[in-house]
Ligand binder design. Structure first.
Ligand SMILES: Cc1cc2nc3c(=O)[nH]c(=O)nc-3n(C[C@H](O)[C@H](O)[C@H](O)COP(=O)(O)O)c2cc1C
Length: 261
């Protein structure tokens, strides 16, 4: 492998750590979308099992609804308000969700300390495995996206301002009796060339409903509020960058690596 390849992969990887907070209107072509779905749905998993589900959206009406309802950030107690997670206001979004396991090898019927029946510890392990599988898939997805010149952003604030697993099910066309839980969303697209990655010109914020209680302790608004206003302190809102300096230089992470070379 040439050093040029390594530099390219490293650069793409560092870019993929950033949360792109603004987007151009440029659409993503179908071939690229299918390529990214192929990567996201074929990542390594335990026993090749399928333990998460995806919703992939480019439909404009659906994207607008997602932006308006499912991207509110955490609520600030000082102002009783929350802004949008604009890193998922992209022209293409991948929504990772939890479903029931596709238990190909029937581990759930494995040895059970209480005798015949479902092995509860398998169920617990499954929830953990599910998180691993989604993380591995999303890691591959964002690296691939950056390697083909796109930007990405993650959001896990999916049920703020009155939304819930139940409203997500309805929105994505699941039955209420189905098991479904949104995990996180990945936004993919081209950046707005006028802004650095950590700024947005979407200045909408939602003010908590007057009936909302416990505002000083909770980060999540339970009552849906339609009191939406415009952030008054400037033309853009900045999300302080964490993975890189303002000039884009990556900040090294301090993962402890024991080395036995
Ligand atoms: C799994 C995951 C979930 C994330 N969830 C959120 C979120 O809910 N809200 C948010 O503002 N950023 C979220 N982020 C974005 C990170 O905060 C961001 O990637 C990190 O700050 C580094 O990017 P930066 O240098 O652009 O700040 C998430 C990132 C990951 C990987």
């Amino acid at each position: 492998m040439s050093n040029i390849d390594r530099d390219f992969i490293l650069k793409s990887m560092h870019e993929s750590r950033k949360a792109q907070r603004n987007w151009s209107n440029e659409k993503i072509d179908q071939e690229t979308i299918d390529f990214l779905i192929e990567i996201a749905t074929n990542a390594p998993s335990k026993q090749n099992e399928v333990d998460f589900t995806l919703a992939v959206i480019t439909n404009e009406q659906k994207l607008k609804e997602h932006e308006a309802r499912f991207t509110w950030g955490y609520h600030w107690d000082k102002t009783n308000s929350a802004m949008h997670n604009t890193q998922v206001h992209a022209p293409l979004i991948f929504i990772y969700g939890k479903t029931l396991p596709e238990d190909l090898y029937e581990d759930i019927w494995g040895a059970d300390e209480e005798g015949e029946g479902i092995n509860e510890s398998f169920e617990e392990t499954f929830r953990d495995t599910q998180n691993k599988s989604a993380g591995i898939s999303a890691g591959q997805l964002v690296l691939a996206a950056h390697m083909i010149g796109l930007k990405t952003g993650f959001n896990q604030n999916t049920t703020y301002n009155g939304e819930s697993n139940s409203t997500w099910k309805e929105w994505l066309g699941y039955k209420q009796s189905d098991y479904y839980e949104p995990m996180f969303v990945v936004g993919i697209g081209h950046p707005d060339p006028k802004l650095p990655w950590y700024e947005t010109d979407n200045l909408e914020y939602v003010v908590a409903d007057p009936k909302e209680t416990g505002l000083t302790t909770k980060g999540n608004l339970d009552i849906k509020s339609n009191d939406i206003r415009q952030y008054p302190l400037g033309d853009v809102f900045e999300f302080e960058p964490r993975s890189s300096e303002y000039d884009g230089t990556p900040i090294q992470k301090n993962v402890k690596v024991k080395k036995f070379f």
